[in-house]
Design a protein around this ligand. Structure first.
Ligand SMILES: *[C@@H]1O[C@H](CO)[C@@H](O)[C@H](O)[C@H]1NC(C)=O
Ligand SMILES: *[C@@H]1O[C@H](CO)[C@@H](O)[C@H](O)[C@H]1NC(C)=O
Ligand SMILES: *[C@@H]1O[C@H](CO)[C@@H](O)[C@H](O)[C@H]1NC(C)=O
Ligand SMILES: *[C@@H]1O[C@H](CO)[C@@H](O)[C@H](O)[C@H]1NC(C)=O
Ligand SMILES: *[C@@H]1O[C@H](CO)[C@@H](O)[C@H](O)[C@H]1NC(C)=O
Ligand SMILES: *[C@@H]1O[C@H](CO)[C@@H](O)[C@H](O)[C@H]1NC(C)=O
Length: 687
């Protein structure tokens, strides 16, 4: 009878109130009077007293309390993590798991198919002959009849020689008959064949020639390993592809990754607007302002000063390679100075630079399609595979990047699904996955165009895909990495974490004193290797992601009075950028046309009460541009400081109009050329 209210009263609080203490006392007195003075009731007393004392202890000392509380916390966190509908769920970060097939996005999605570049196969091929350690160039007897050659013909090849990133020479054309050995001093060749009347064939072949210095380095370091297995690293990136667009446009490839135990990082969030800064965070560990300070890409020799991760791998006995398609907009060359020295041992740019010019193919908005007999992206993928095959038994680091089939629309990349799935299967069949960590990833999602008018587009822009393959021998040697990667699937992660993961991999080789010797990720002190569990309570602020790029918040539509001031602030900010230096003479100032949408963020646990976060899209005149901005309104700040823009102001429709007066300056996203400079009306999507 007595026990019921006692349990109830102590559940809620650790310390009983004074009233409750009095009631315990009166109960005890009652027992004393009723039982202790009547000896015959002593048995009843003992049997009643034991459970009552136990309950008293439970309430007063809180015997079970800590355990109960702990269990509750653990259960809550598990329940929260498993929360349906979220990629990441904590008090500090809630990333909504969106449906890739929502109507708002599917209505913009088209099926596309891979078109062959030519209706017949190439007349020549190259393959590496390990017995002579040279590539052999030969005429393919099976392809030959397809060329329907009636006259006698001759073939010759030019070596491609890099003078600089933007100046490539061809050596004199070397004639050959059906077969010839290529020199190990040539990286790649252009081959052509002609009859007396006409050229019947032109094509190119990039190669990975055997180099003495590279082989020396590999052997020297391998000796030091004393049989220890050292993993290689293969990075394959696709520009402008969100996690959701990978699922949507490449269902077969994605399913293949899920079925074969690749590790997905579903909360991988970009840290900046476009490719360059996101890749620099990954490859160097710097944010944009640090890059400009330490290794300015706009200065000659600037990028050569950057501590790229591939240099670190090379320094510790790895052979390195880098290949990227669309040479006109290459990450390190578009409006930048590129590299003075080749950045890696095997550098694809010189070949593609020549190939794009000589081998023709359709070029749309800087994006070439075919280069010779294959899509340029496929040239990059095949080069990556050849590199991995050539150094299968050695330690290699390769970085390969393509944008030609993904940069402009969410649909185009659909055509590569079958190819990429088979490509992954090919990596397995060739044994490349046995010794290599493969990182399959993107930098951000599509940044402009009609998809950006929807919430799907907003989140997809900020959440690129990332999958990691860990070879079996590493899964066995480091089961804790597997556990961590499983946990991290549903954590907020960044390119800086990926940078630190690469350094972590290098530190595992035993070729480095400690991971500390390699340095961290300079501009994200709290970032960490993805091979270690990431705390659930991580927020964007912890990992240097500004509010504008952060996907950790949910938003509600708002009509707060402050909106007009926020919009004005945004336009004034753009105008202050245009008021600077040479833009002043070339670009018209902008005016606010309309606020299209306005949202207020639901606060996360770290967000101070006095700060409100707003996201708005607005249009301006005279350029009819659509912008997206994220602003903080801080009540406690002095009047002129209450509003602050975060990140930068995103241009979310294509740049069209009178923008030619700025050439390729990234400021064209804000510029409308002044009257006398309006030469041509152009439409371009690049910055
Ligand atoms: C899809 O393809 C059709 C036919 O090729 C074309 O008319 C339509 O504009 C395309 N839609 C999109 C969103 O690209
Ligand atoms: C090319 O190979 C020869 C041996 O066949 C070697 O002596 C030479 O150093 C190599 N050249 C380079 C650039 O590695
Ligand atoms: C790698 O080693 C295996 C076994 O020793 C050998 O069969 C293979 O030819 C080697 N591959 C390369 C590219 O050296
Ligand atoms: C880059 O990081 C430094 C700190 O390392 C910070 O002071 C600076 O504001 C950051 N810049 C950007 C553009 O985020
Ligand atoms: C976040 O979690 C880590 C460990 O899980 C802990 O050390 C840290 O104090 C927590 N931070 C906050 C703000 O709760
Ligand atoms: C204006 O441009 C100069 C150099 O061109 C730069 O140092 C300065 O920070 C710019 N000012 C603003 C407000 O952007």
């Amino acid at each position: 009878m007595e026990s019921q209210p006692l349990i109830e009263s102590c559940k809620g609080s650790t310390k009983p109130s004074s009233q409750q203490s009095i009631s315990y006392k009166s109960i005890l007195i009652w027992f004393f009077r009723k039982t202790l003075w009547q000896r015959k009731n002593v048995y009843i007393l003992v049997t009643l007293l034991i459970p009552i004392l136990y309950l008293l202890c439970y309430c007063l000392v809180g015997l079970n309390e800590p355990n109960y509380k702990y269990a509750k916390e653990v259960i809550e966190s598990i329940v929260k993590e498993e929360r349906q509908g979220y990629l990441v769920y904590s008090d500090y970060c809630k990333i909504v798991d969106r449906d890739p097939y929502k109507y708002e996005i599917m209505m913009l999605f088209n099926d596309t198919v891979l078109q062959p570049c030519k209706p017949y196969p190439p007349l020549t091929q190259v393959h590496y002959d390990s017995s002579i350690q040279r590539y052999l160039l030969s005429v393919d007897p099976i392809a030959f009849p397809k060329y329907n050659v009636k006259h006698s013909f001759g073939c010759c090849y030019n070596g491609v020689e890099r003078i600089s990133d933007d100046y490539i020479e061809l050596t004199e054309c070397q004639p050959f008959t059906s077969r010839t050995e290529l020199s190990n001093t040539t990286d790649s060749i252009i081959v052509s064949c002609q009859t007396d009347h006409e050229r019947i064939y032109i094509n190119g072949h990039p190669t990975i020639p055997e180099r003495y210095d590279v082989r020396q380095r590999l052997e020297h370091w391998a000796q030091k390993d004393r049989g220890k297995r050292v993993p290689s690293v293969l990075m394959i990136g696709i520009d402008s592809t969100s996690r959701l667009n990978l699922i949507r446009a490449m269902p077969k490839t994605t399913q293949y990754l899920y079925d074969n135990d690749w590790f997905e990082l579903a909360g991988y969030n970009k840290i900046e607007d476009n490719t360059f800064p996101n890749l620099m965070a990954l490859l160097v560990g710097y944010n944009l302002s640090t890059v400009l300070k330490h290794c300015n890409p706009y200065e000659i020799n600037g990028l050569d000063q950057c501590d790229f991760i591939w240099k670190l791998f090379q320094k510790h006995g790895y052979v390195t390679a880098y290949g990227e398609d669309a040479v006109q907009i290459n990450t390190f060359n578009y409006m930048k100075r590129g590299f003075q020295q080749p950045p890696v041992d095997h550098y694809l740019r010189p070949y593609l630079f020549v190939a794009e010019k000589q081998l023709g193919g359709f070029i749309h908005d800087y994006l070439p399609d075919c280069v010779g007999f294959e899509l340029e992206a496929i040239t990059v993928y095949r080069y990556a595979q050849e590199f991995a095959n050539r150094y299968l038994n050695n330690s290699f680091f390769g970085f390969f990047w393509t944008s030609t089939h993904s940069h402009d629309t969410i649909s185009q990349t659909r055509s590569m699904d079958e190819y990429l799935k088979e490509y992954m299967q090919g990596l397995v069949a060739q044994g490349i996955l046995e010794n290599s960590i493969v990182i399959f990833f993107s930098d951000h999602g599509l940044r402009f165009g009609p998809t950006r008018d929807s919430w799907s587009g907003y989140f997809e822009e900020r959440l690129p895909f990332l999958f990691i393959w860990l070879p079996e021998f590493m899964r066995q040697a480091y089961p804790e990495f597997v556990d961590a990667l499983r946990v991290n699937r549903k954590r907020l992660t960044t390119p800086y974490d990926l940078h630190l993961t690469l350094k972590h991999i290098l530190s595992l080789t035993g070729r480095v004193g400690s991971q500390e010797d390699l340095g961290g990720a300079k501009d994200c002190p709290q970032c960490q290797s993805l091979f270690k569990p990431i705390p659930l309570n991580r927020s964007c602020a912890d990992v240097s992601i500004e509010d504008h790029w952060c996907t950790c918040r949910t938003f509600k539509r708002t009509t707060d009075k402050i909106l007009t001031r926020l919009a004005q602030h945004t336009v004034e900010h753009i105008n202050s950028l245009l008021a600077n230096g040479s833009y002043l003479n070339r670009c018209e100032p902008l005016q606010l046309n309309q606020i299209q949408h306005a949202y207020r963020a639901d606060a996360n646990a770290f967000d101070p009460r006095h700060v409100r976060i707003y996201m708005l899209t607005l249009t301006t005149l005279p350029n009819y541009a659509k912008y997206e901005a994220t602003l903080r309104y801080d009540k406690l700040q002095p009047k002129h400081n209450k509003i602050r823009l975060t990140g930068s102001v995103s241009r979310i429709n294509s740049y069209r109009g009178y923008i030619g007066c700025l050439g390729r300056d990234p400021m064209i996203r804000y510029c409308y050329c002044r009257n006398q400079l309006r030469k041509s009306y152009s439409e371009t999507n690049y910055l």
